[in-house]
Design a protein around this ligand. Structure first.
Ligand code: FPP
Length: 243
């Protein structure tokens, strides 16, 4: 029998797209007297678990921030631990994608990642591209401003080639050049571990998203905490720029 607090209330409205800033691995590990790398390993296991939980609930889109364009400034050792984790996780995700009939897309400047990681991404996106039960987007070497710069550069190239209808730029057009092209904007953004900022995540896409900040660090964020976030989302009076 499920713990009462983890049961999903019948009248709960599910966000269709949840975005998560996975924060607090390092602090969580330190609080247990362990090295930061341990926090990343447990954080990665938790990502796998929570992706299943979110998929089982019936949420069709999940986007997570795993490595930002600024994260290269961390110590060489920590960057290596994270890159090795991505290597292993990307391989493991091939099986998960088949099992869950889930499409996976990596967003960010993947050209800046090691060639073997780029090859794993290419393969994972190709084999999972046939599925449409859920879309799991992982931001790697991602920055919202960098994404907009890359999108606008490609858009300007197309404009020079005379490919833009009427020579006009619209919001829909910009959207179609973003890494997240074709995906509805997140309804709910969750940031774990107490910080209350966006840290350059999905700057364009979060324009009308509801934000939820929790002090719980990512490795300790489970189904109960997710249900709390969704319950808070249900209490919001959503507006999309109207009055
Ligand atoms: C933030 O915690 C977390 C990260 C920079 C990395 C997120 C990575 C994972 C959850 C694991 C791997 C994910 C994949 C996709 C394989 P922090 O180090 O900033 O913690 P702190 O704020 O306590 O220092």
């Amino acid at each position: 029998m499920k713990k009462a607090k983890e049961q999903i209330p019948e009248d709960l409205v599910l966000p269709q797209h949840i975005a998560i800033i996975l924060d607090g691995n390092g602090r969580w590990a330190r609080s247990k007297g362990m090295p930061r790398s341990y926090g990343h390993i447990v954080g990665c296991d938790n990502l796998e678990k929570m992706c299943n939980v979110i998929g089982d609930m019936g949420v069709p889109y999940l986007t997570v921030y795993a490595f930002s364009t600024e994260n290269w400034k961390r110590s060489q050792d920590e960057v290596k631990v994270l890159m090795d984790l991505f290597r292993r996780y990307l391989k493991k995700l091939v099986k998960t994608a088949h099992r869950r009939q889930m499409r996976i897309r990596i967003i960010g400047d993947t050209a800046g990642l090691d060639p073997d990681i780029q090859e794993s991404i290419r393969y994972l996106e190709e084999v999972s591209g046939v599925y449409d039960k859920m879309l799991f987007q992982i931001a790697l070497n991602y920055g919202g401003r960098d994404e907009i710069e890359r999108a606008v550069t490609r858009l300007a190239d197309d404009a020079r080639k005379g490919l833009l209808p009427d020579g006009r730029v619209t919001g829909n057009m910009i959207e179609s050049y973003l890494d997240t092209a074709g995906v509805p904007d997140p309804d709910l953004l969750i940031r774990t571990s107490g910080e209350q900022r966006l840290s350059n995540f999905l700057l364009w896409q979060l324009a009308y998203t509801e934000f939820y900040f929790t002090p719980v660090p990512w490795p300790a964020f489970g189904k109960k905490e997710l249900l709390d976030a969704i319950a808070a989302f249900n209490g919001r009076d959503r507006r999309y720029g109207g009055v």
